[in-house]
Design a protein around this ligand. Structure first.
Ligand SMILES: CC(=O)N[C@H]1[C@@H](OP(=O)(O)OP(=O)(O)OC[C@H]2O[C@@H](n3ccc(=O)[nH]c3=O)[C@H](O)[C@@H]2O)O[C@H](CO)[C@@H](O)[C@@H]1O
Ligand SMILES: C=C(OP(=O)(O)O)C(=O)O
Length: 515
């Protein structure tokens, strides 16, 4: 047994590493942290080296400065995962419905003055934040059963002044309130959108798309101030400047409540947009071109229907589970994979040597999306000849790209990953080096990954971005020994019960909280 002074030194070194990692995640220098703490850079250096005794008060101040609690008391503190890695997985797992359709549909429910019932909604933190916002403005929502069916009943008049700003700021999806809210109020405020720390994510395309409907948005301190000029209406096709998913959804929701026909060009035909189109169709809005880049929307100025809709399964969760099988060298069956949105990913994996089977297609509960079950078998992968890069749909999904960094690390050879989309996300792929991965950052958007990797267990703070965080968790499943992943809110933002569902496949992941 180590004596108590050795134990204290070990704790201090561990805390030092956690402080250093959270500081780096914030993009701060030691001097910047020192300034926030009213301390000196040399003191921060000593803390990070584990050479400084720390009071609980100092730890709390560091946690507050970095917006990342280092030590917490009570059960409401951040959740962490302890992973006993190096085990193979087996059995089958079913993909849940998507985060991104879920949040779009919650926003779209604001277009309907009738009762909206959504089936099997992903019960994830991102959805919880939006439910908090909806409750705060007077919308009644209720989980109906264990299946996560959700009922949404709007009030006669929304109480926008009562909006739970703290909840709103924690999601980026709140930006999708713009499209529906413009049909409720002539003037309103909306907090700035938050979400993953992926660098600046533009909101300009949303403004450009909504301006023809008369929506003018000005940035005020901490919020957008929106004003609707009802004398304006689109006089020609709306051309999106980016083929973004949420911008297409905002334009669709503006068009759905608009009395007239709107054509949207350069629309995203991605999975969540399709789910939104199917839902709007159930509300009586006629849409031509679903699944293409030109949507013609026959809007309805008043929508009052009791509607029931079942969003489709999440292709990104499907990719995550396929990756879990690959990285642990296991055979697992991933059920209910929305195949149209995974085809390119699978084609690349096939080229890399993945051994898998794809079952017969069957329809999702929405009657439209095509699903398959995939059996993924242990395979010896080789790096692809070409770089791996995402594209708006139909292309390799932008959110699936991070999984290829991990898959590249299991393959023989060098994989070049090019994340042209997000300013910061490629940087997070280098988190894999903490577990023995050989990932080098070539520039802000490209990494080289050398494989195969002998993973080693480690303690890591979740990078503040959903998919890179899941990638770290999956690498931990492959690393022999005990790893710790701290502060997993960001994973819970997009995945429901991921740890316990992986445990059902034979993983050993324990959830714990500080003190
Ligand atoms: C709630 C939701 O549905 N979120 C998804 C949605 O976010 P969302 O629609 O909010 O994505 P953004 O608008 O932030 O777009 C992502 C990035 O791609 C860039 N961009 C996008 C399209 C394009 O044609 N050109 C271009 O440069 C944007 O400038 C931005 O830097 O789409 C992202 C990109 O697929 C996904 O990561 C998110 O999971
Ligand atoms: C970046 C993502 O989502 P969001 O738009 O919710 O930040 C994601 O799902 O990987």
């Amino acid at each position: 047994m180590p004596d108590s002074s050795e134990q204290l030194s070990a704790y201090l070194r561990q805390i030092g590493r956690l402080v250093r990692d959270s500081r780096k995640h914030r993009g701060w220098t030691q001097a910047q942290l020192a300034e926030a703490l009213g301390s000196s850079q040399s003191a921060v250096h000593r803390i990070e080296q584990g050479n400084q005794n720390l009071s609980l008060e100092m730890l709390t101040r560091i946690g507050a400065a970095l917006d990342s609690e280092i030590v917490t008391l009570g059960r409401s503190g951040p959740m962490h995962l302890r992973v006993e890695g190096g085990r193979s997985l087996s059995g089958s797992i079913t993909v849940k419905t998507s985060k991104n359709a879920g949040v779009a549909l919650l926003c779209a429910a604001l277009l309907n003055s009738g009762k909206t019932t959504l089936r099997k909604v992903a019960r994830i933190e991102e959805v919880s934040r939006l439910l908090e916002v909806l409750a705060s403005i007077g919308v009644r929502t209720r989980w109906l059963n264990e299946d996560n069916d959700l009922e949404i009943i709007p009030p006669a008049k929304l109480d926008l002044a009562g909006m739970d700003v703290a909840a709103a700021r924690r999601t980026r999806s709140i930006i999708m309130f713009l499209g529906p809210l413009m049909h409720h109020e002539d003037e309103f405020e909306l907090p700035y959108a938050g979400g993953c720390a992926l660098g600046t994510r533009t909101v300009e395309p949303h403004m450009t798309a909504l301006r023809p409907f008369g929506l003018e948005v000005k940035a005020a301190s901490g919020s957008y101030r929106a004003r609707v000029d009802r004398s304006r209406r689109p006089t020609r096709a709306i051309v999106l400047t980016e083929r973004g998913d949420t911008v297409t959804e905002n334009a669709l929701m503006a068009a759905a409540g608009h009395d007239g026909v709107t054509v949207i060009r350069n629309a995203s035909p991605n999975y969540m947009v399709q789910d939104l189109c199917f839902f709007l169709t159930e509300l009586g809005v006629r849409i031509e071109g679903i699944g293409t880049t030109t949507l013609t929307v026959h809007g309805l100025p008043r929508i009052h229907r009791d509607v029931d809709y079942a969003p489709s399964e999440d292709p990104i969760e499907a990719m995550s589970l396929v990756t879990a099988a690959i990285v642990t060298g296991s055979e697992i069956t991933v059920c209910r994979v929305p195949i149209e949105f995974m085809e390119i990913e699978l084609a690349i994996l096939e080229e890399m040597g993945l051994d898998y089977d794809r079952g017969e297609e069957y329809p999702a509960a929405n009657g439209r999306t095509r699903l398959v079950d995939l059996v993924v078998r242990p395979s010896s992968l080789r790096a692809p000849n070409d770089k791996i890069h995402p594209m708006p749909f139909p292309g390799l999904n932008i959110d699936n790209l991070p999984f290829f960094a991990l898959i590249g690390a299991t393959a023989q050879g060098t994989t070049l990953i090019h994340d042209w989309v997000y300013e910061n996300r490629a940087l997070y792929f280098t988190e894999l080096t903490k577990l023995g991965g050989r990932v080098s950052l070539l520039d802000a958007h490209r990494v080289n990954v050398e494989g195969p990797t002998r993973w080693s267990a480690a303690e890591v703070i979740c990078p503040p971005a959903l998919r890179p965080a899941v990638v770290v968790l999956l690498a931990m499943l492959a690393a022999k020994g005990t790893s710790v992943l701290r502060n997993v809110y960001v994973i819970n933002r997009g995945y429901e019960q991921l740890a316990s569902r992986l445990n059902q496949l034979g993983a050993r992941i324990e959830i714990f909280r500080d003190l």
